[in-house]
Design a protein around this ligand. Structure first.
Ligand code: ATP
Ligand code: MG
Length: 183
């Protein structure tokens, strides 16, 4: 699976519909302070199922919705879509047969999030499991926030093992095994 596009609407400073193409070889996003670089990375993390408002640099999850400026009113809905190329058919079942996957998270002020994969309503858990094996996901070690390097060095052995399992691509297996046992 490969990220190919990120679409944002009403998410933080991205009030207007915005589409970012993630082309092969893209290595960075540059721009002046406050232009929204960190917001983009947060949108990626949010669409993959992040549930911590703190990790979104907010007090409440609704804080990710465009809060308005001196000239533009606040929004009540935000939506982020991640488009994934799955030509390699490496997405875990039941999504392995699709050539392309569109993962959408939508939030309405005061009424929580819903998630869709290719238009079909799914659980947050389904989205988290979709990403769990691909060194991606909301808590992926590939997304390094400030302070994270120090945290890895000081991590307890169990937490460090989890990071290694993610890197090795087996944490999704544990998550799916746990899901199967619950059914
Ligand atoms: P730096 O180079 O300083 O790290 P950056 O490019 O990473 O900057 P961000 O932190 O992504 O910038 O964007 C900060 C901007 O996003 C601020 O102007 C802030 O007001 C705006 N912003 C954050 N949340 C919201 C929101 N909910 N509604 C409107 N604007 C928001
Ligand atoms: Mg930043």
């Amino acid at each position: 699976m490969q990220f190919t596009k990120l679409r944002l609407s009403g998410f933080k400073s991205f009030v207007d519909n915005t589409e970012l193409l993630v082309e092969p070889g893209m290595t960075g996003v540059v721009g002046p302070n406050g232009c929204g670089k960190s917001n983009l990375v947060e949108a990626l993390r949010w669409a993959m199922g992040e549930t911590s408002a703190k990790k979104m640099r907010g007090e409440d999850m609704d804080d990710v919705i465009f809060g308005g400026t001196a000239t533009r009113p606040a929004r009540n809905i935000c939506e982020v879509t991640l488009v994934l190329d799955n030509a390699s058919k490496t997405a875990p079942p039941p999504f392995n047969d699709f050539d392309e996957l569109e993962v959408t998270r939508r939030l309405e002020r005061g009424s929580g999030s819903d998630y869709r994969i290719n238009g079909k309503l799914v659980r947050a858990r389904d989205v988290q499991i979709l990403f769990a094996d691909n060194a991606s996901g909301a808590s992926s070690p590939a997304l390094v926030s400030q302070g994270r390097v120090g945290a890895l060095i000081n991590a307890k052995p169990g937490d460090r093992r989890q990071l290694l399992e993610e890197a090795a691509g087996i944490s999704g297996l544990h998550a799916r095994k746990h899901e199967a046992e619950l059914r």
